[in-house]
Design a protein around this ligand. Structure first.
Ligand code: GLU
Length: 317
């Protein structure tokens, strides 16, 4: 099968320039490979979803000169392309994991787990889950009966190193059991977790290459394990640097000078923006105005480096 890449934005507000740069790189990599690009809406975290955001994000990416071959607005054979319409797939995946002895019910509360937060090995996402409910209940009904509440469901991760070769970062060995422990795949309130949905969908949609921001690299080891536990082949990953604002601060969705929508409303030229975004990560030598299509011929993902030059940003006040 040929290259299949994807954009997978969460419709939780306007896209900022970092999201735009990641989307540009995903688009360029797909087009440089003559590949297909899928637009998937990751709207499972319902409390964070903002009405109208999906349409706004799509308009802004199109304004920038990006397009996609499959997605909620254009259809395609691998849909639906909105995660909230794919809950039956996540339920089936959880059943598969349970059938293989790879998922278990967990009744630990947030408070139980927070007590461990001062443990010496607590990682960036808090302490690793210590395995409290592994083997504790026979099934969900048993957990409910014993604990008197609805359980969450966790994926029982493998011990030892999982290693993948990232197209930008090179070899990435990760110890998932030590760093995060067993992964929540369905929350006690019934919401399926991002970690499960993203793996199920990348497999179901035949995604071969994932270009996404480097803040997700720490999730990749568990996603590789999940894909394998579901009997699938994980995609190749390329984690691209995050774009920071002045002084290294994170870009803000609330700051119009940081968002595509805000810059567009202020009359920015999308070609100038694309040229700057490509230059800021090493894709092009100069920041000359360009459309995404102009950059395809010379594109190489390995040129991407962590050198955003915010000071040269053409639209900064
Ligand atoms: N939906 C995620 C986000 O917007 C991206 C997930 C992914 O690329 O794996 O941050």
């Amino acid at each position: 099968m040929g290259y299949r890449g994807r954009f997978a934005p969460s419709p939780t507000g306007p896209l900022h320039l970092g999201n735009a740069r990641t989307a540009l790189l995903a688009w360029l990599d797909a087009r440089a490979h003559g590949g297909a690009l899928v637009y998937r809406v990751e709207d499972l975290d319902t409390p964070r979803v903002v009405a109208g955001s999906m349409a706004q994000q799509q308009q802004d990416l199109r304004w920038l000169g990006l397009d996609w071959d499959e997605g909620p607005d254009v259809g395609g054979p691998w849909g639906p392309y909105v995660q909230s319409a794919r809950l039956d797939r996540y339920a089936a995946a959880l059943e598969t994991l349970r059938g293989r002895g790879r998922a278990f019910a967990c009744t630990c509360t947030r408070k139980d787990l927070q007590k461990l937060a001062s443990a010496p090995h607590a990682g960036e996402e808090g302490p690793a889950y210590p395995g409290t409910c592994r083997g504790r209940y026979t099934d969900g009904a048993d957990a409910r009966a014993q604990a008197g509440r609805e359980p969450s469901w966790r994926f029982r991760v493998d011990a030892g190193l999982v290693e993948f070769t990232d197209r930008v970062l090179g070899r990435c060995p990760q110890d998932v059991l030590r760093d995060t422990g067993d992964v929540v795949v369905r929350r006690a309130d019934g919401l399926y977790a991002y970690q499960l949905a993203v793996v199920v969908d990348d497999l179901a949609m035949g995604i071969t290459d994932v270009i996404r921001a480097a803040d997700l690299v720490s999730s990749t080891g568990r996603q590789v394990q999940l894909a394998r536990a579901l009997g699938g082949k994980p995609p190749q990953y390329g984690h691209v640097p995050l774009l920071n604002g002045p002084d290294g601060a994170r870009l803000q969705k609330r700051e119009p000078r940081h968002t595509l929508a805000g810059l567009r409303a202020a009359g920015a030229d999308p070609r100038a923006l694309v040229g700057w975004l490509a230059h800021s990560c090493g894709v092009s030598v100069r920041a000359a105005p360009a459309s995404p299509a102009d950059l395809v011929e010379d594109f190489e993902l390995r040129r991407v480096r962590d050198a955003p030059d915010w000071r040269a940003f053409p639209f900064r006040e």
